[in-house]
Design a protein. Structure first.
Length: 110
């Protein structure tokens, strides 16, 4: 997979993890929503300055956006993973579910 597409997938996945819209990210980075869309699709590459702004807005190290890691998953795989997580969570009792929720909050920095 080419670097431009990897970067775009990582931006999309980090943005979604923060529950930001493309418009919200574009405002934070001071670019157009079209630019964010092109970057996420791997159609356009950002300048280094824009890449740093995107990383800052997403609260990640800029290097994290260039590498293949656990956040670089295809949308269909993401759907499968979320379905598996939902199925697992639905089988937990209330105490277990409360503990998992606290872990998720800690992971998100809430």
């Amino acid at each position: 997979m080419e670097l431009q597409k990897i970067f775009g997938l990582n931006v999309r996945n980090h943005r979604k993890a923060l529950e930001l819209t493309q418009e919200e990210l574009a405002e934070r980075v001071e670019v157009t929503i079209e630019t964010i869309g092109k970057i996420e699709r791997g159609v356009a590459a950002p300048t280094f300055n824009t890449a740093e702004k995107i990383a800052g807005a997403l609260k990640v190290n800029p290097v994290a956006l260039f590498g293949i890691d656990a956040t670089s998953i295809a949308d269909d795989e993401r759907s499968h993973i979320l379905s598996e997580i939902n199925q697992t969570l639905s089988g937990l009792n209330n105490d277990q579910l409360a503990r998992v929720f606290k872990m998720i909050e800690a992971f998100r920095g809430n």
